[in-house]
Design a binder for this molecule. Sequence first.
Ligand code: 26Q
Length: 799
Amino acid sequence: MNVHTGAAPNVRHAPDELGQALDRRLKYDLGKDPAAATLTDWRHALSGAIRDLVVDPWFATTHRVYREGRKRVYYLSMEFLIGRLLEDAISNLGLGAAAREAVEARGVDYEALLADEPDAALGNGGLGRLAACFLDSMSTIGVPAMGYGIRYQHGLFRQSFDHGRQVEEAEDWLRQTHAWEYERAEATYPIGFGGRMNGLGWEPEETVLASAHDMPVPGWGARWVNTLRLWSAKPVRAFELGSFNRGDYVGAAAPEVLAETISRVLYPDDTTAQGKELRLKQEYFFTAASLADIMRRFLSQEGDPRRLPAHAAIQLNDTHPAIAVPELVRVLIDGHGLGFDEAFDTTRACLSYTNHTLMPEALERWPVELMGRVLPRHLELMERIDARHAAETRRPDSVRILDGGTVRMGDLAFIGTHKVNGVSALHTELMRGTVFADLHALHPDRIVNQTNGITPRRWLQTCNPGLGALITERIGPAWVTDLDQLARLAPLADDEGFRARFAAAKRHNKERLARWLGDAHGLAVSPDAMFDVQIKRIHEYKRQLLNILETIAAWNAMRREPEAPWATRVRLFGGKAAPGYAMAKQIIRLINDAGRVINADPATRARLAVVYPPNYNVSMAERIIPAADLSEQISTAGTEASGTGNMKLALNGALTIGTLDGANVELREAVGPDNIFIFGMTAPEAAERRAAGYQPTAAIAAEPRLAEVLDQVSSGLFSPEEPDRYAGLVADLRFHDRFMVAADFGAYYAAQRAVDALWHDQDEWTRRAVLNTARSGRFSSDRTIRGYARDIWDTPPLF
Ligand code: 26Q
């Protein structure tokens, strides 16, 4: 059943208006005869019809912002991991029922039509998805905002498995034109690179054009529609006619190819910040274009550039756009005649920075040599910023952006912004105590916490319509924009009738997922089993390895003690590894290899399956999350900045097994310690143990179950065709174990047996699941955005 909360107040729509619009779009946009139209044609037609409905509220939003002279938020992010657009727009417009009716009346399968859309995968994982949730929330609660990013021609690679090994293939989401973007030829800016400083200023050697493509971002009910503006790179001169006339056809197209390389592909690495020139160019390209656009808009309304902070709050999503600090200083000095100090003060008052990781290898650093070659003026300005900071803090020995031969982007972002935030309470505390300890001592008010959140529109209302409808039936529809209302469900945890309905909604989602796993991937699973899921990027610190090793240990024990009260489980994995991350790829291969052996064992087949559908992405998450029973959030304490999958799964009624890491700490506080399975070392315990000289060999010796599993893996039980395939992986665990898998193994195994025991009391399991949903209200990204608006941006939401 579909929740019907009524069409959006801003969207006029009569009974068959949508059907008629659909016919018109099919005929006049696509030139297709309904009798000959394909599913994709119908999808394009429906997208066009829905998109048309967003345009008037979009204009109304822009007019109001100008009329009221409102301050805007500019969210600069290298990544926006949006997923599909059509269903989300339909849902936000309240047109679910009407769209289904119009489509089905034309003999077209509505679900198949929605599933035909490729994901917009302009991001890697958590950071990019957070940016997409923030756009939704800013539109829903009425914060005037614009997202700025790159219109990658190829988003995140497609993953497949070849004999268990990850294979990457280029993704091509722009092959089909899509209804959601408008090219803005009038918003084109020249972006310079390289060259040198002469007496008059910076003389770049190379210039590329940044050209804008806009996507409307409608909030709930389309009361407010913000814009996502993505830049694509174009050559200044498309074509060398001279070369062409000489018969050099490749050479003639060279400028185009060279320039367009900048927006060609998303960097698929979220692990290591290697200093690659193209990456630096991408960062500067979109940051400079965005700032030029912001300045142009501001100056169309105001004359004094020092007034910029009253009009623009510019948020840096990690350090990827941190070059904004010297760029804005440069524009204010070189373009508008400000002195250095007022340029820097203005810049700092506009900018703020979000940190998403503490892992040293993911902190961006650039060789000074490279920075000087690509951005000579910026390097010079960073030296002045360092000097100014040393003078201001009266600490000539103070932290330096330019440290030895490297530019430290984290320090640049800290020094050049007025607020720096972490993404969970624990992460923010660790920022204060570790990476930014020295800067925090100099600027004790600069670091603030803004715990991450997720949009309940996509991550409950749209992806889980059954549960959404049940909730609305009991407490009304206001929860969709006020997620704390879910607390009113808590008393219903003790209501047998409600529990039955809640369990039935979960069951329905599990059947749907099981059907899809069978149809799309040939994976057979029973919806009677517990769906135990770990879905996220593959990283050593996230410890998918701990999960698969414990799965093997449980399999061993199950064979030995078939009468013990094992819960029947499907252990589901989903996620991609960075193409250059060898260890993560070995972990993927081990999961697939072990799964093949375990799934073929007749002794355990009825009770244990390991499945790993390839190419996990936003759309797959939307299928898995509503169907999950158990959520695996098992990173080494102190390593996961926040996590957001943990929030999505709890909101959809999965119980969590997890460590006290990232936002799991706040999740435990929210749902109550009895309704979550917490195990393992805390962050201070892990740090202490490491400091005391952690010995993995001893930790393994203390866990015979783990020792046995490691012997099996290293002897080739799961890779008989190549027995020493995992020798390196096992040796790494035995002698380094950087993320302390062995140290937490025993506690994890025990916690999993407590999970098994609870599973046999389905009624109690459901009671706790209801409480997880009821108490997850604080994890709405609406709450997060209200926090940023109040503590960092000074942009009171309109709704
Ligand atoms: C940097 C330089 C060069 C190449 C790549 C990168 C790069 C790209 C992406 C570095 C990091 C990322 C992504 C980081 C990320 O997704 N972090 C996650 O952010 C989430 C939202 O705050 C948190 O919930 C997760 O805990 C955090 O891991």
